[in-house]
Design a protein around this ligand. Structure first.
Ligand SMILES: [Mn+2]
Length: 286
């Protein structure tokens, strides 16, 4: 039996793991590395932050190797091992959004869960495609401001429907970025700003999203912005340690966690200090 193997490597322990943009069902998914990663971790919470199954790709051309089933099976299995699995649908698997708060085979679907870290920080989790409309109109937003921002968040689905109707095609930030290298920086910037602005509205300390395939842990004002990256190119994850520390991991080419290619980016100390201070302030405010 597997359990009795003497040299079985110890699993890495995390409190929480966030991954997004796996794109299972597309031929670009790095399923082998992903499976290796899932096998080498143990966590209390696993958040799947959207674009897990690429239904758009499957509709174009059916592609589902055994390895993709192995990944799904692995995720479903982690529920039995004491991991709470939450699936936050993205735009490539948006049909799951209508099942908000339902539980399928131990996996809870939640369009915008709120998580609390071990050190008491509130985290809003969302895929991030609702900001497409905001980013596409970011010049307009600077002039018209908050009102248009709120409208665009709400009308994102119709915004894309309208674009299609006008013959522009679906506007997705992630595909836009892939095709327009030069403008990437400014678009990533306005995406991040839109996300952080939303986090402010939700009154949270931290936000975890995906969608633009650009892994990041960064303090933006008093919000910690975290982006899971993807398993198409970056093979990255956001993790919370048992003491509440947040880190972004990017895996090496072997998919090994401790190989030389693995990058670890810790959250800035200042956001930790704020986390430690906040409970008292919250009490004082009551
Ligand atoms: Mn997406």
């Amino acid at each position: 039996m597997m359990l009795d193997e003497p040299d079985k490597p110890q699993k890495l322990q995390f409190r929480t793991v966030w991954i997004s943009d796996l794109h299972l069902g597309s031929r670009f998914c790095r399923a082998e590395r992903l499976l290796h990663f899932l096998k080498s971790i143990q966590c209390d919470y696993l958040y799947l932050v959207g674009d897990i199954i690429d239904i758009w790709a499957l509709k174009r051309k059916w592609h589902w190797p055994k390895l993709h089933s192995d990944v799904v099976r692995r995720i479903l299995k982690s529920d039995h091992k004491g991991t709470r699995v939450v699936f936050v649908p993205g735009n490539h698997d948006e049909l799951f959004r209508s099942y908000n708060r339902l539980v399928f085979g131990g996996v809870e679907i939640n369009n915008e869960p709120i998580h609390e870290t071990a050190d008491g920080r509130k985290v809003v989790i969302l895929h991030g495609d609702i900001f497409d409309a905001v980013v596409a109109n970011h010049r307009l937003i600077t002039f018209i401001g908050d009102w248009l921002y709120d409208v665009l968040l709400r009308v994102n689905i119709w915004f894309n429907a309208l674009r299609r109707w006008c013959g522009f095609g679906h506007w997705s930030l992630s595909s836009y970025i892939k095709h327009r290298v030069k403008k990437v920086i400014s678009f990533i910037g306005s995406y991040e700003e839109a996300v952080v602005r939303y986090a402010h509205q939700k009154n949270v300390d931290m936000v975890v999203c995906g969608h633009i395939h650009h892994p990041e842990v960064r303090e933006m004002g008093d919000v910690l912005y975290c982006n899971c990256g993807d398993w198409v190119e970056n093979c990255s994850a956001i993790v919370e340690h048992h003491d509440g520390r947040i880190e972004m991991l990017r895996f090496g080419f072997e998919g090994e966690l401790d190989s030389e290619g693995t990058q670890r980016v810790a959250e800035p100390e200042s956001s930790r200090r704020r986390a430690a201070r906040e409970p008292e302030e919250a009490l004082a405010a009551r």
